[in-house]
Design a protein around this ligand. Structure first.
Ligand code: URA
Length: 198
């Protein structure tokens, strides 16, 4: 994808705003998926596999997300997936507030251009970054809040990070229920294909 596709300011080819991340990354990991997706998932930052492949959520967390999308009748190819921060932090540490702020304009522009029906935050870091408050993800998962993002008020659906289900299998049902809710919102908007054959 390039600027010619209308994703100017979203597909980042070069960025040196965060010194530590320039050193730790192999490449910048931009968002993946249709430019007009009804559902936009926002994770924290690329992990090792994403850093290698240049695509968000392609490691073990991505497998969990893919499985639950399929069970909810959504294809991964129908949703857009991105991260708060586009470069892998050293030793997978959380991105700092400065790094989140540096990368925020890319995310805002992405939200504005994709114009999704619902933004789904995957985990605590994106939840707190986009809602601008403390979030207790385990108890708040599945709730929707309206927030100004990408130039207008948007529905934000709080979701567990898929990795949480790898550490604690009992979280899987809650994760699946939130993904189903995202699929329902997208289906109600008429903007998302539902894959009956799955
Ligand atoms: N975890 C994230 O938050 N983002 C990814 O892209 C992969 C794992």
């Amino acid at each position: 994808m390039s600027d010619a596709d209308g994703m100017e300011g979203v597909e980042v080819a070069e960025c040196t705003r965060c010194e530590a991340l320039v050193d730790s990354r192999s490449r910048i990991v931009n968002g993946d998926g249709p430019e007009d997706a009804a559902v936009l998932f926002v994770g924290e930052a690329p992990g090792a596999t994403e850093d290698e492949e240049g695509v968000p959520f392609v490691g073990r967390s991505g497998d969990v997300l893919d499985d639950e999308l399929r069970d909810a009748g959504l294809a991964r190819a129908d949703v857009r997936i991105t991260n708060c921060v586009r470069c892998r932090p050293p030793e997978n540490r959380d991105p700092s507030q400065g790094e989140l702020a540096n990368c925020r304009p890319y995310l805002e522009r992405e939200i504005e251009l994709v114009d999704p029906e619902v933004v789904v935050t995957l985990g605590k870091v994106p939840g707190e970054h986009l809602l601008g408050r403390d979030v207790a993800v385990t108890s708040e998962a599945g709730s929707v809040e309206r927030v100004e993002l990408g130039g207008e008020p948007r529905e934000v659906l709080i979701c567990l990070h898929p990795a949480a289900t790898l550490y604690d299998a009992s979280q899987r049902d809650a994760f699946a229920a939130t993904i189903e809710k995202a699929a329902t919102i997208a289906g109600e908007s008429g903007g998302q294909s539902q894959l009956g054959e799955f």
